[in-house]
Design a protein. Structure first.
Length: 126
C-alpha cells in the first residue's frame, strides 16, 4: 500500500525573510552560481510548487538564502480515506514517522486573486 505524501515549498517565505521581494532579484543571483533560468522560470519557481527541481538549482537557492534543503521543502503525509484498523495499528506500533502528520497551514495567507479585466467593446462612431 502506498502512503500519499506531499510537500510545502517555502521559497517565497524564505526570500521575504532575507529581504528579497521581487522574483527578478533571483535571476542574477542564480546566474552567478551557474544556474541560468529565465525570469519566467524563476517566477514559476517562486510562486508555484515545483514538480521537478535540479540539484544544482536547489543548491544555488540554499546558498543564496543561507538555508538548507529542509528549510525549502517540508514533506508531510496527506490525509487519506479510511484505512483498515489493522494497518493503522501496525503503523502506530512501528513508532514515529519523520513526516509531519498533517499539512501545516500557510504562514502567510496568499492574497486573493485580482478580478480579471473585462474585454473592451468598440462602439461604432456616430
Amino acid at each position: 500500500m502506498s502512503v500519499p505524501v506531499g510537500y510545502h515549498w517555502h521559497l517565497r517565505r524564505l526570500m521575504a525573510e532575507r529581504g528579497l521581494f521581487a522574483t527578478t532579484e533571483l535571476v542574477p543571483l542564480l546566474a552567478q552560481r551557474g544556474v541560468r533560468l529565465s525570469r519566467e522560470q524563476v517566477y514559476r519557481l517562486v510562486t508555484g510548487i515545483p514538480e521537478r527541481l535540479s540539484l544544482a538549482t536547489l543548491a544555488a537557492l540554499c546558498d543564496i538564502l543561507g538555508a538548507t534543503p529542509g528549510d525549502l521543502v517540508e514533506p508531510y503525509r496527506k490525509p487519506s480515506s479510511a484505512r483498515p484498523a489493522s494497518r493503522l495499528s501496525a503503523r502506530r506500533a512501528a513508532g514515529p514517522v519523520a513526516l509531519a502528520p498533517d499539512p501545516a497551514p500557510p504562514e502567510v495567507a496568499a492574497p486573493a486573486p485580482l478580478p480579471r479585466p473585462r474585454r473592451a467593446r468598440i462602439a461604432p462612431r456616430p
